[in-house]
Design a protein around this ligand. Structure first.
Ligand code: GRF
Length: 207
């Protein structure tokens, strides 16, 4: 069917609040050009897996240990993704590095949410709370979040969408992280996913 929705796989590692934002956006119609078909976590105990199950989305954990290392992990991940004809991979709080081979296999078909305004506070070693600790240490008055395409350079791909968030006096890394999630991440990730899925469908029609 020509105007079928783009199929989305979401990669997670933790609480899954960004996954939840995508699930809610699908329900509210903000995410209308894509359908979340699969959730894969690299951590067995990720609460994100429960969020997927509650939403009736196929979800499972795939660990490097169970796959015999990075190469086996990526091979399995590619098999699971390609066997479902996934069009877009969304990294939502996914904290595992993927190889250049993997990212090249899915050129402009992987997007990631980073909790800062790239090129600030990004790249190797900048993830989760560490990003907000660095922002507070630098004394920036504005931070935010970025959705970008994923390539072989950590947080190096083309920027798709950004949203700024005010840093407030007395902020701790935790209060700043929460504000960036609520006021930026949970808004621009669904919006960016919709934008990219709509482009994928348009490309497919034009093909
Ligand atoms: C968030 O800080 C997000 O920006 C980062 O991982 C953290 C947890 O995300 N990518 P989630 O709640 O698991 O979506």
């Amino acid at each position: 069917m020509a105007n079928a929705k783009a199929k989305i796989a979401v990669l997670v590692s933790g609480g899954g609040t960004n996954l939840q934002a995508l699930i809610d956006a699908q329900k509210s119609g903000i995410l209308k050009s894509g359908s979340i078909e699969l959730v894969v976590s690299n951590k067995k105990d990720a609460f994100a897996l429960q969020r997927a199950a509650e939403a009736g989305i196929e979800a499972f954990a795939l660990t490097k240990k169970s796959c015999g290392g990075q190469e086996g992990f990526e091979k399995r991940l590619i098999e699971e993704i390609d066997s479902r004809n996934i069009d877009l991979i969304v990294m939502a709080g996914f904290l595992s590095i993927l190889s250049e081979d993997f990212t090249r296999h899915y050129d402009r078909r992987i997007i990631n949410i980073h909790p800062a305004l790239i090129p600030s506070f990004c790249g190797k070693g900048f993830y989760g709370l560490l990003v907000h600790e660095a922002a507070l240490a630098k004394g920036v008055k504005v931070t935010g979040a970025t959705v970008h395409y994923v390539n072989e350079i950590p947080d190096g791909g083309e920027i798709i969408m950004q949203k700024a968030v005010e840093v407030k006096d007395g902020d701790t890394p935790e209060t700043l992280q929460r504000r960036v999630m609520e006021e930026a991440e949970w808004i621009i990730l669904p919006a960016a996913a919709e934008k990219v899925c709509a482009e994928i469908i348009k490309e497919r029609k034009g093909a």
